[in-house]
Design a protein around this ligand. Structure first.
Ligand code: FES
Length: 182
């Protein structure tokens, strides 16, 4: 009797884990789980999950632990240790401030400070309205335009702190337009 309940529970947990991911990711994890060293695939699996969902939510981390048969604490430990994993959803617009040498020399830090001040967030954070995320990044390959800020796939060069408010306002309006707002 007990065995039946445990089996049912296990199947229920497995079903929920599969629902938290995509069929392709589940298939990939199942392949990895067959490997004797399944834990060595953990980072690769988390990259795939983040690639699809944009971040690693609690539900997805638990699902990876279940399906890859790795302790949940280990999965959380890896996800929090590496800076390239995100545990929160990102904003509609991701602002990347280049902190490479050329941009730094030309005042990237002052631009970054103004962005932080205007948005009320630090690097790695997202505004409470979900509109902007702020990231610091290495050379974006546009050093001739330093200091450079990238929003989505658009590059904004020769940035000054004073240009920041207008740039943010322009993007806030873009979101309003997308939503059919004012
Ligand atoms: S250092 Fe900023 S684009 Fe190269």
């Amino acid at each position: 009797m007990n065995t039946t309940i445990q089996t049912d529970n296990r199947e229920e947990v497995r079903r929920k884990s599969m629902e938290a991911l995509t069929p392709e990711i589940v298939q990939y994890i199942e392949q990895c789980a067959r490997d004797e060293k399944s834990q060595s695939h953990l980072i690769g699996v988390l990259h795939r999950v983040q690639g699809h969902f944009g971040y690693l939510g609690r539900e997805q981390l638990d699902a990876v632990a279940q399906l890859l048969q790795v302790p949940a604490a280990k999965v959380t430990g890896v996800a929090t240790f590496y800076h390239f994993f995100r545990l929160e959803p990102r904003g509609r617009f991701v602002i990347n401030v280049c902190l490479g040498t050329a941009c730094y020399v030309k005042g990237a830090e002052r631009v970054a400070d103004r962005l932080k001040e205007e948005l009320g967030i630090q690097f790695g954070e997202t505004t409470s309205d979900g509109l902007f995320s702020l990231e610091g990044t290495r050379c974006l390959g546009a050093c001739g335009l330093a200091p450079v800020v990238m929003i989505g796939d658009k590059v904004f060069g020769d940035m000054t702190p004073d240009q920041v408010p207008a740039l943010l306002e322009k993007h806030a309006k873009m979101r309003d337009a997308e939503e059919g707002g004012p």
